[in-house]
Design a protein around this ligand. Structure first.
Ligand code: 13P
Length: 249
């Protein structure tokens, strides 16, 4: 069955010193929920974070990777490089990467294939913009992103795929989707999966919500049937806030 997961996406925050401090603080927090906990520091701090959390129930994951195994791609990081330092999960398709670095559905489908072929789990992100929601196109936009990024996969591959619905208008804005909006979309996502792969696969995939999840709203959002956790930005940079969210289950 699907798991509850809370993943902290640190984005482009925290140098080595801040990373050390935050990890020390994270290790001091008490976990009272059964959620899988993940943190995604920047590439330069992955190794340190991995080493420091070895004995703790915190998985260190990457924020991105390239679709090629190696070669002349200056500034890029491959799946093999991530694996070589013990990383076994990667976030792909975050809206900031889609928007600022023109990551297309096609490129993301290739990244998904590369990650899975190297036995790296994927947290696949998608979500609509405000204009899409206002014009009632949010479901078709999300359906399209999922189909183009993932529907070439065989059913069996979904054991290594986690979905993250992040409405762009809720990211870093302080405005969250209401728990009902999140539930409606998550149920729609699960139905989309079920239509293609069957109910068993759909029920086995964790679907996270991301977008201004904070200690004061996490409980209500996570209480919804089809919400299996969160992808947390700003609140993941503070150890107490992050664990208040982890423990909101
Ligand atoms: P915020 O929690 O800061 O809105 O960020 C959400 C996000 O983009 C996580 O990937």
């Amino acid at each position: 069955m699907r798991k509850n997961i809370v993943a902290g996406n640190w984005k482009m925050n925290n140098g080595l010193i801040q990373t050390k401090t935050l990890i020390t603080e994270l290790k001091q927090q008490k976990q009272t929920s059964d959620a899988e906990v993940m943190i995604a520091p920047s590439f330069t701090n992955l190794w340190h974070a991995f080493e420091e959390t070895r004995q703790y129930p915190i998985e260190v994951v990457a924020q991105n990777m390239h679709f090629s195994d190696d070669g002349a791609y200056t500034g890029e990081i491959s799946a093999g490089m991530l694996k070589s330092i013990g990383i076994s999960t990667v976030i792909l398709g975050h809206s900031e990467r889609r928007t600022y670095y023109n990551e297309t559905d096609e490129a993301l489908a290739k990244k998904v294939d590369t990650a899975l072929s190297q036995e790296i789990r994927v947290i696949f992100c998608f979500g609509e913009e405000l204009a899409d929601r206002k014009s009632g196109k949010h479901e078709s936009i999300v359906e399209n992103q999922i189909k183009k990024g993932l529907f070439h996969l065989k059913a069996d591959a979904f054991k290594d795929v986690i979905l993250a619905y992040e409405p762009v208008w809720a990211i870093g804005t302080g405005e969250t989707a209401s728990p009902e909006q999140a539930q409606d979309m998550h149920a729609f996502i699960r139905k989309t999966l079920a239509n293609k792969y069957g109910q068993e696969v759909a029920n086995s995939v964790s679907i996270l919500y991301g977008g201004s999840v904070k200690p004061n709203n996490a409980k209500e959002i996570f209480s919804k049937t089809d919400v299996d956790g969160g992808l947390i930005g700003g609140a993941a940079l503070n150890a107490e806030d992050f664990y208040a969210i982890v423990n909101a289950f």
